[in-house]
Design a protein around this ligand. Structure first.
Ligand code: AMP
Length: 218
């Protein structure tokens, strides 16, 4: 099963992806997490990506597609995959189709997370992420048991530079311009795109996600 979680930054895709990946034994492929790891390791890709990321701009498609291709090569070909934050442009989506087709696979489900802008801005400003495992928390809606410490692995929680207010506005604008057209792109494929309301509790959104993927009541 290959699932794309689509939606604006801060809508809760990462939180849900971590949980669902745990439940169904899927690989959680977040290009944002892969890029942040490349930056921490100081690789050539990480250095190239840094400026785009800190400005809230998209990293060029060719770099992202190389990164995804390389990462997929490390996975067992039968592993279910949850893409989070990828694809973000039409060219990335067609590139993904090509990479998957080489492995005899395709995108099975696209789940669009929808929420009003004010909710998204609040979520981004309250977001804290684990440096070690990438788990995501919100100081407003889903706080860790101990301030600044990851419930899952005990790692340190940080606020991302690109979650600062001006960059948040830019990221939302980039989403509308570059990524929102993917809704129509996937809507053209029969029954692939499901919409869920993401301005609800983590548990409610999770149930909606399971239902969208046909996992509820199974
Ligand atoms: P995210 O953690 O998904 O919000 O990604 C953080 C930043 O990494 C984005 O604002 C982009 O600069 C970059 N990035 C992550 N995924 C992609 C992608 N699929 N295409 C282009 N840039 C990306």
């Amino acid at each position: 099963m290959v699932v794309v979680l689509l939606g604006p930054p801060g809508v809760g895709k990462g939180t849900q992806a971590v949980r669902l990946a745990d439940e169904i034994g899927a690989a959680h492929v977040s290009t944002g997490d892969l890029l942040r790891a490349a930056r921490r390791e100081g690789t050539a890709l990480g250095r190239k990506a840094a400026e785009y990321m800190d400005a809230g701009e998209l990293v060029p498609d060719a770099l992202i597609l190389d990164l995804v291709r390389e990462h997929l090569g490390t996975l067992d070909p039968a592993t279910p995959i949850l893409f989070d934050g990828f694809p973000r442009t039409i060219d990335q989506a067609t590139g993904l189709d090509d990479v998957l087709a080489e492995a005899g696979r395709g995108v099975d489900h696209v789940v669009l997370f929808e929420a009003p802008d004010d909710v998204i801005v609040k979520r981004l400003s309250g977001r804290r992420s684990c440096l070690d495992c990438g788990a995501v928390y919100s100081i407003y809606f889903n706080p860790p048991a101990v301030d600044g410490v990851c419930d899952r692995c005990g790692g340190v929680l940080i606020q991302r530079i690109d979650d600062e207010p001006e960059t948040v506005q830019r990221r939302l604008a980039v989403y509308r311009q570059e990524t929102a057209p993917l809704v129509e792109f996937y809507e053209k494929r029969d029954g692939v795109l499901k919409r869920i309301r993401a301005d609800r509790s983590v548990d409610e959104v999770y149930e909606a996600l399971r239902t969208a993927l046909g996992l509820s009541g199974a």
